[in-house]
Design a protein around this ligand. Structure first.
Ligand code: CTP
Ligand code: MG
Length: 372
């Protein structure tokens, strides 16, 4: 890309209401500013000017450092237009793209299509059709219904010839909400290219939720395990003791719930299964409790870049009677896993080895979130 980019990020984010500049709000663990810079790093423009709130310059400098882009941080002004003017002062290319840090998911293709339209116009904006009917309203009464087919919602990045924008912004005596509006007032025709749904502006808390859902990246996993009852001992199931039932057989404590959870976590992360991870080559886990298996699995999935969103378990068999202790079991497992674990139980309508209380089976599903 040959144009410089001015990233306006000096707003206060009043409508978002987090008490921090909006560009420092986080989605999927990263600030809006960093999401913008991820896209810009790909485009490698000759200069990125980050316009930051004057009282947060050091923090912004710190955040932009790892990006290794040709980059300047300058202080913003009281209005967006003043911020753009400050940014423009350090630009020395022929063309510039002005972009809202708040539109941090605008795709790279949008930057490229705006830039290429600058060959034929001094001012270029991305626009998308509106889905709501827009009316002019005055004191609670509609004055006019606008013709929807002719309307476009305008986004950023907006592209400009630097000399034309500089003349307009220096001569301006009133504030415009975007630079294309300013250029229009100074007689420049603005070309509209196709905008993108992904270039929406994060303005309110609902926009932040939308961004978070859009960025979420999940993996599901499944695990099953079954063990038969022995004649003695005390049952351990779901990391909980059930003294009125005998122990389950198995090379460990036979905790089929814990083992199903381990397989659900491992399959979600694509890390194999309980046999391939805790087999003979790791003798320290021989005879380990279900809780130890779960803890070790959690540290493995964490190292692989995942965190647990939730786990659901279904216990299958005539015994134990889960209902009376369901809440206790869910609390215990949620504590062990560090995320919500819910538990259901069912019998098998008199069929199979689970019908006459010879054993207990468990099925578990896990949902993992990919950490960014
Ligand atoms: N902006 C700026 N300088 C200002 C005002 C706004 O650089 N004085 C930037 C914002 O950081 C944002 C973009 O212009 O990236 C669009 O503005 P807006 O969505 O209104 O952001 P805020 O002004 O931060 O939000 P609010 O109006 O809710 O306070
Ligand atoms: Mg604002």
């Amino acid at each position: 890309m040959k144009s410089s980019v001015i990233l306006v990020a000096a707003g206060r984010g009043e409508r978002l209401g987090l008490g921090i500049p909006k560009a420092l709000a986080k989605v999927a663990g990263k600030t809006l500013l960093e999401h913008c810079l991820d896209v810009l790093r790909d485009l490698s423009p000759p200069l990125v000017v980050v316009v930051a709130p004057s009282d947060h310059l050091a923090q912004f400098e710190e955040l932009v450092k790892p990006y290794g882009l040709p980059l300047k941080v300058v202080a913003g002004g009281d209005t967006r237009q003043a911020s753009v003017k400050n940014g423009l002062a350090v630009v020395d290319t022929d063309n510039v793209l002005v972009h809202d840090a708040a539109r941090c998911f605008a795709p790279r293709e949008l930057f490229l299509s705006v830039e290429s339209a600058l060959d034929q116009a001094a001012s270029v904006v991305p626009g998308i059709g509106v889905s709501d009917t827009i009316k002019e309203v005055s004191e609670g009464w509609v004055e006019k219904t606008l013709e929807r087919a002719k309307l476009a919602a305008v986004q950023t990045p907006q592209g400009f010839q630097v000399s034309a924008l500089r003349s307009a912004i220096n001569a301006a005596t009133v504030d415009f909400t975007d630079e294309a509006g300013l250029m229009e007032a100074f007689g420049h025709k603005t070309c509209v290219v196709a905008g993108s749904d992904r270039a929406f502006k994060v303005t309110t808390p609902a926009d932040l939720d939308r961004a978070e859902v859009g960025q979420a990246n999940f993996r599901t996993g499944i695990g099953t395990d079954a063990h038969k009852f022995s004649d003695s001992g005390e049952l351990v199931l779901g990391c909980l003791s059930w003294p009125e039932y005998p122990r389950l057989e198995g090379h460990s404590d036979g905790d089929s719930v814990a083992h199903a959870i381990v397989d659900a976590l491992l399959t979600a992360a694509g890390l194999g299964d309980i046999g391939s991870n805790f087999g003979v080559d790791r003798p320290q886990f021989k005879g380990a409790s279900g809780e130890v298996f779960i803890s070790e699995t959690l540290s493995m999935i964490k190292s692989a870049g995942f965190e647990v969103s939730n786990i659901a378990v279904q216990i299958v068999g005539d015994k134990p009677k889960v209902g009376p202790r369901r809440a206790e079991l869910e609390a215990r497992l949620s504590e062990v896993v560090g995320a919500p674990v819910s538990v259901a139980a069912t019998t098998t309508d008199g069929l199979g080895f689970l019908s006459d209380a010879r054993g207990v089976a468990a099925v578990a599903t896990a949902l993992l979130k990919v950490r960014s």
